[in-house]
Every structure is written in structure tokens, then in C-alpha cells.
Design a protein around this ligand. Sequence first.
Ligand SMILES: C[S@@+](CC[C@H](N)C(=O)[O-])C[C@H]1O[C@@H](n2cnc3c(N)ncnc32)[C@H](O)[C@@H]1O
Length: 186
Amino acid sequence: MSSRDHHVFSVEKARHLMRPLRYLFHNPKSILKSYVKYGMTVVELGCGPGFFTPAAARLVGETGKVIAVDIQQGMLDLLKERLLGSGLEKRVVLHKCGENSLGIAEKADLLFAFHVVHELPDHDSFFKEARRILKTGGILFISEPKHHVGEKDFSDMIDIAGKYGFVAAKSPRILFDRSIVLRKQA
Ligand SMILES: C[S@@+](CC[C@H](N)C(=O)[O-])C[C@H]1O[C@@H](n2cnc3c(N)ncnc32)[C@H](O)[C@@H]1O
């Protein structure tokens, strides 16, 4: 277990995650479109109120699926409201996970974790779970806010990912963030 502060973002502040200004530097479609393809199964860890979820659901199309996972039921309730009437409800499965276990049996093409890994209590457990649920060759996309995660902590996290068979494939440029795309090796 790490000694990092893994404070969980509160449901009461969820509206800050949905502020319109955020679309200027975290445009969901621009961030996702290189990785999310038609028919994919995407797991979105720490989905919160769903800033990214509708864009992911549009990109996977009618034959794909987004499993939106959060530890807080309040966040999943907000996401459910957001999806109402969008026509995307059937493509999104809402799933409440445990602190260190995803509780998903399905195999995924992409695990998308945006501003969540620093909130997880144990990175070893996270990468072990990521390895378990991703298909071989599957993608793990991680983006962390620079104001919460320093360069050394980010690089230590990538080292842990390496222990579980993930190799760095790309470093996407996202303003104010440290981001990495890792691929699961056989
Ligand atoms: C800072 S918010 C980011 C939400 C969303 N990814 C976004 O960028 O708008 C972090 C989210 O991760 C969730 N979270 C924290 N710890 C978690 C855990 N152990 N497992 C799953 N979700 C967790 C929180 O409930 C919160 O919704």
C-alpha cells in the first residue's frame, strides 16, 4: 500500500468537472478519437459525472459498449441523469466498483483513466486489474493533472505498469496534464 494521499473527488463538487470552460482544454472527442473505435468495449475508470462518457459512447457506435466505472454511486447517478434522452443509454453500462477491484469479468479493448489514478489507494492492484481485464494488445490511457502528480510520481507509476506487462506506446499532449498511452503485452 502506498502512503500517497488518495483523496477521492467529492460528489458535491462534481459540477466543477462539467464546467463548460473545460471543453477548451479537455475536448473529449479530440482526446478519445485516436483510441476509441467502432465496436470496441471501453472501460472508463473513475467516470465521475461523465464528462467523457457520451463522446466515448458515440465513438464505439451501436455495436460497442462503454462500461462506466466509479467507486461513488452519487457519480454514477449523475452520469445516468446526463445520459437520459441522449440515445446513448443502451451503449453505457454503469458499474460501481470496489476500492481496489473493478469487479468486471468482460475483456476490454481500452481502459481509460482520466484524473483518477492518483485517487487510487494502490497502484499495484490497479495495474494488476488493468492487466486482467484488457485484451492482449489493449490500451491503457492514463492522464493525470500536473498540480496533483509530479514528474517523479508519474514516472514511478509508469515503472509499476511495466511490472504488469505494460509498455509505453505514446505520450499524448494534454494541457496541464501528464499523459501516457500504455499497451498490454502478451
Ligand atoms: C477527479 S474525478 C475525475 C472524473 C472524470 N474522469 C473526469 O475527468 O471528469 C475522479 C473520479 O474517480 C473516482 N474514483 C476515486 N477512487 C476510485 C476508485 N478506487 N475506483 C474507481 N473510481 C474511483 C471518483 O469517485 C471520481 O468520480
